[in-house]
Design a protein around this ligand. Sequence first.
Ligand code: NAD
Ligand code: USQ
Length: 404
Amino acid sequence: GTNGMFTPSEKKKVIVLGGDGFCGWPTALYLSEIGHDVIIVDNLSRRAIDLELECDSLTPIQSMGERLKVWKQVSGKEIPFHFFDVAKSYELLRELIAREKPDAVVHFAEQRAAPYSMKGPYQKKYTIDNNVNGTHNLLCAIVESGLDVHVVHLGTMGVYGYGTSGGEIPEGYIDVTLPGGRESNILHPMSPGSVYHMTKCLDQLLFQFYQRNDELRITDLHQGIVWGTNTPWTKKDERLINRFDYDSDYGTVLNRFLMQAAMGYPLTVYGTGGQTRAFIHIEDTAKCIGLAIENPPKSGDRVEIFNQIAETHRVRDLAKIIADLTGCEVKSVNNPRKEAAENELEVSNKKFRSLGYEPISLGTGLLEEVTQVADKYKDRCDVDKIMPSSFWNKKIEEQCTDDV
Ligand code: NAD
Ligand code: USQ
């Protein structure tokens, strides 16, 4: 049995926007596995960005047609796939929702890499257009449909920012006393660290507005950095394998370190590595979304916010854990980002815990990731894609390139 899985109280129809991606694919399989009727929408833009960046998933991912054929063979379940752009094809989205009448829409379909969003004007503008329009189209289409559809959005811990505020980060909202003494409960102040993170802050305002104006039922999941590759469902057949990004734009820190360890490449700690971040395993991403679908807010309730995280770690501590495990070296490289060199981070995840979430912790499966995934596919790695190639501003770029 798979730890932490549950049988939903009722079978639901769920549209997964962005169901070809790193989080979306394993989540679609999980939701299908536990009995929901799943429909995937994706415009395959992530695969197209691989062409632009001249790199590829470390793991050999199959075409969507192949993925869905194999899933049918191993599970007996059919997942229809619709190829269109959620940000550009409003009519297709509206028609799909009106026709399928889903109970829930899970929204992963955004450009999610902070470094890519800072690469240049094209990527900045694309990230804003794609993410803000995609989210708005979804909300607008649900209102137009007149249906009571629960929106489950993948947001980020990064909306809170990584200052040294001190104290625990609550689940979305804080009590404040406004000037003049008025008591209020408001969204935690937002402090995005990239154009990408900024789009998630804009998404939050769209959700607040559509909840108040149209009583949409919305859950926003402030997710930490996802690590790992496979889940019990993507492991059912090698052709179901999940993507694994290791390049400096899309690779996230822990997965990059795992791949670097397998390659014998010194771990690329940016600056002092004093940055503290929140982490969650990919299998828990899927399970938490199952829990969110099972526990929708009631109509009229404010936007439900969960902090979707398992634990927090400092970057240099992560590097040390992996160095101790594998014997690899650790290297400090100039930080291509504008961010606090050192920060504390304490995060509440009480609500998910109260729903039965038991997180997979870092100790579990780390070495298996190195040997079964990173090491197994390391011939596919292009080492030229490891060092940073997006810089937060011109000054930082000069410092970083002077060093080389
Ligand atoms: P991903 O890029 O692998 O997947 C996103 C998918 O959405 C891709 O398949 C892409 O083709 C699709 N997509 C993008 N724009 C689209 C559009 N306009 N129309 C249709 N499809 C579109 O990213 P991911 O890592 O799976 O992240 C999914 C979501 O989870 C993102 O919103 C991200 O912000 C959030 N998240 C990810 C992480 C992480 O560590 N990977 C952490 C926290 C939050
Ligand atoms: N870092 C290194 N070395 C590397 C790569 C990154 O030291 O080789 C550092 C970065 O400077 C940063 C931290 O590690 O301080 C995290 O970087 P990351 O690329 O792993 O994660 P981030 O940019 O925050 O973005 C990722 C996902 C994004 C999601 C976010 C969740 O790409 O979609 O929203 O994690 S969160 O961190 O909670 O904002």
